[in-house]
Ligand binder design. Structure first.
Ligand code: SF4
Ligand code: SF4
Length: 481
């Protein structure tokens, strides 16, 4: 039987089934242990330091106790601390991105995704470089600066060379004042050599969802294709980091397995990356199984309610305070609204989840990977965020300034990253307002910027930001700290 070892390079040892089961038993046994719960909550709370705030984070065992706890006052405390952490490190800023689907050819058999190989009735489509260019122009005309590219796994139709060509094309398009400044990549697990190529192509984060950490379920949910290999999939982030990619994004598709199991596995994965590579995940995504073409979410009996989803998000926030959290348009406006307060730091907006969807006038459904619950335009999402007290940010500065991996984490942990994030949010928002916003959104946005400028704490940074904001009115773009 495999033994738990956080530093092992073997999937079954760092995501150890025995350790997860013991964790769940420990959490269950202690879910009413108020003294222990108070102690864990105290550990999770942000503490003021000379330069900002510090958070200790939580181990997978500690966080699992909180997740299991059903005492209403303690759950309220979890929410309260999640909000405090969110405020301490991310303020009211929300980074915006959009997915770009390149190809839905796929040789895998994932039972929850309509792109699975056996689905013969959906049209298969792969963008040509000309089509990629057209999609990017459409995305730039909406105001996007940060993309996550998505493609099925298909060595013949979507080889790494195709992905690299697409990245090159995306970075090369500059339509009007448009610019895609960060391309995150969500493609299948691959080799160290291919990760090295992605790194050289200048990608931001490499994102790969684990889907489920439960090996037995994983094998059933991925009955055919290369993705069936649980170990190869689970060890992908180690290969990515070996290939030089500093920023990796984890995720679980909630609904496939028991959420408490997934939660412990997810945190163990984060602990493993930190222990072996010295830096934890850059982001964690929290998608839930949704309806799409031949996929019925009710067929998966581990679906979680909005209430549990909120608690889960808050507990992740407490456990890994320095990891960005992402939510997509899979979720409705109401759900997104609550989760933003509890720790989400990135959202997608104006998304089309089909191949070639941005150049279509009407939202196409034939090649959608999942149904989009939040169908508002980017302008509507931006305005909604501001009307709810958030600052939409189109910032991509860190990776372009070489602040990745441990450099980024060091800045985060010292609490100094806010000196970059806050003015960058205001400057990129101003770019958006100048170039793409509706008059109504622009009006709201200008008020937000006026209100926020005095809150830039460093006087020198504030002065430079004010100058840059002014220069933008004369047509200058792309300022960053
Ligand atoms: S989840 Fe990814 S690998 Fe699986 S069928 Fe869909 S596109 Fe293919
Ligand atoms: S400054 Fe860095 S961490 Fe902050 S929003 Fe920009 S890219 Fe993200």
């Amino acid at each position: 039987m495999a033994i738990y070892d956080v530093k092992s390079n073997k999937a079954e040892e760092f995501i150890n089934d025995g350790e997860i089961r013991e964790t769940l038993a420990y959490a269950e046994a202690n879910k009413h242990n108020e003294a222990l719960i108070d102690q864990i909550l105290e550990k999770a709370r942000p503490h003021k330091t000379a330069t900002g705030y510090h958070c200790a984070g939580l181990s997978h065992r500690e966080a699992s106790v909180l997740l299991a706890c059903d005492i209403p006052e303690k759950i309220e405390k979890i929410y309260q601390i999640a909000e405090e952490i969110k405020q301490a490190f991310y303020g009211n800023r929300i980074v915006i991105f959009a997915p770009l689907y390149l190809s839905n050819y796929c040789v895998n058999g994932c039972v929850y995704c309509p792109y699975h190989m056996k689905n013969k009735h959906i049209p298969r489509k792969k963008l040509t470089q000309e089509e990629v260019r057209a999609e990017v122009i459409a995305l730039q005309d909406m105001g996007h600066k940060r993309l996550a590219i998505e493609a099925g796994e298909d060595p013949v139709n979507n080889p790494i060379e195709y992905i690299l060509d697409c990245i090159k094309t995306i970075y090369s398009v500059h339509h009007k004042n448009g610019d895609i400044r960060r391309v995150n990549v969500n493609i299948a697990a691959t080799t160290v050599e291919n990760y090295r190529k992605l790194k050289e192509a200048g990608i931001g984060t490499y994102i790969l969802f684990q889907e489920t950490y439960h090996k037995e379920s994983y094998l059933k949910l991925h009955p055919t294709g290369p993705k069936h290999d649980y170990d190869y999939h689970t060890e992908a982030m180690d290969r990515a980091m070996e290939g030089g990619i500093d920023d990796v994004g984890l995720g679980v598709l909630f609904g496939l397995e028991l959420y408490k199991y997934e939660f412990a596995g997810l945190l163990m994965h984060a602990e493993h990356l930190e222990a072996v590579h010295g830096v934890g995940p850059h982001t964690i995504s929290v998608p839930r199984v949704k309806h799409a073409d031949d996929i019925d979410p009710d067929a998966f009996d581990n679906g979680i309610s909005d209430e549990i989803f909120a608690k889960l998000t808050a507990c992740i926030r407490l456990a890994v305070p320095y990891t960005g959290m992402i939510i997509s348009t899979r979720e409705s406006e109401a759900v997104r609204s609550q989760l933003l307060r509890l720790g989400i730091s990135q959202v997608s907006g104006g998304s089309r989840t089909s191949v070639g969807g941005y150049t279509e006038k009407e939202r196409p459904h034939d090649t959608e990977q999942f149904d989009v619950s939040d169908q508002r335009t980017l302008d509507e999402v931006v305005r909604w965020l501001m009307e709810n007290g958030h600052i939409p940010s189109f910032c991509t500065a860190c990776y372009r300034e070489g602040r990745t991996g441990d450099r980024f984490m060091a800045l985060c942990k010292s609490g100094q990253i806010v000196n970059c994030c806050h003015p960058n949010a205001l400057m990129t928002l101003k770019e958006y307002l100048e170039d793409y916003a509706s008059p109504e959104t622009r009006k709201v946005g200008m008020e937000v910027i006026e209100r926020e400028i005095p809150k830039i704490t460093n006087p020198k940074v504030r002065q430079i930001a004010v100058e840059h904001l002014h220069d933008m009115e004369g047509g200058k773009r792309d300022f960053r700290f």
